[in-house]
Design a protein. Structure first.
Length: 287
């Protein structure tokens, strides 16, 4: 792949859309046909990671069955810039709901990974009538994280993210961050790093807005038992950002939840184990 081809994965002009709300521009991908499947992107190097990239390997397997609507997180991709002083996932929920309202989607299955999964949890707790089912994972339940029983905190990836944030133009730091974010280091190609870095440069105002923001911690753990819709948790066994013990903790608070641990998988299951991720989607969504 060339850098230009990879750039199309980050923001594919064929499918990329956006809406403008009073708060911010919200970017999203719209591809496929059939029943709606709402998707929220995963955390990564902002703003260079996008919903289009996170789910790039599963879209082709899903779009013959679903109309996939995948939303960029605040200050990622084409969403933003927005400065906030509240739980960041509340901001993200407003972005997802704005897209759903714009497209006249009353209710849908919600798929989220990492920060997108915590956003999905927040949305389901605040607006259960909008959520048919949840597929989440690689996440904490709460804004600001949840207590770890075994794994040291901060995690390796979180520390590398802090180093990258101190020097956002440093491609070597971006490369180190991605190699820790994913299990398979061969996924971190020079073209991908260059394309991500170009996206970060082109939307530097998103990164700056995020650095000026303050995300207020808010715990959802005790409220998880309120979730009545079907819940599936998909988590990488080798996730070095959010350890898989968090998947077990979330599952323990939601007695009816199914938990899947994927071997040889890091923080982006949809990107690293797309076949297994799609299998989980098809098993969890009733059509």
């Amino acid at each position: 792949m060339t850098v230009e081809t990879v750039r199309d994965l980050l923001v594919d002009p064929r499918y990329q859309r956006s809406i403008t709300t009073p708060e911010m521009e919200v970017g999203y991908v719209d591809r496929g046909s059939g029943p709606i499947l709402m998707m929220v992107q995963a955390w990564g190097p902002r703003p260079g990671s996008t919903a289009s990239l996170v789910y790039s390997k599963v879209f082709e397997m899903l779009e013959s069955r679903f109309r996939c609507i995948a939303v960029d997180l605040p200050n990622y991709g084409l969403t933003g810039p927005v400065e906030y002083h509240e739980p960041v996932h509340d901001v993200a929920v407003r972005g997802v709901l704005a897209v759903m309202d714009h497209l006249r989607i009353d209710k849908a299955p919600i798929v989220g990974s990492s920060m997108g999964a915590t956003t999905a949890i927040d949305l389901a707790l605040a607006n259960p009538e909008r959520v048919e089912s949840l597929l989440i994972g690689a996440c904490h339940a709460s804004t600001g994280g949840d207590p770890y029983l075994i794994t040291p905190f901060p995690s390796e990836v979180f520390r590398l993210f802090g180093e990258l944030d101190e020097a956002p133009d440093d491609e070597d730091r971006l490369r180190r961050f991605l190699r820790a974010l994913w299990y398979d280091e061969s996924l971190v190609t020079d073209d991908l790093v260059a394309a991500m870095q170009a996206m970060r440069t082109d939307h530097a105002d998103h990164g700056e807005a995020d650095r000026q923001s303050v995300s207020v911690p808010h715990s959802n753990m005790a409220a998880l038992a309120e979730l009545a819709m079907p819940v599936t948790v998909v988590h990488g066994r080798s996730d070095r950002m959010v350890p898989f013990e968090q998947a077990l903790a979330i599952g323990s608070y939601i007695p009816h939840a199914d938990v899947r641990l994927l071997g040889q998988c890091g923080h982006w299951p949809s990107y690293e184990r797309p076949d297994a991720f799609v299998d989980a989607v098809l098993s969890s969504v009733q059509v």
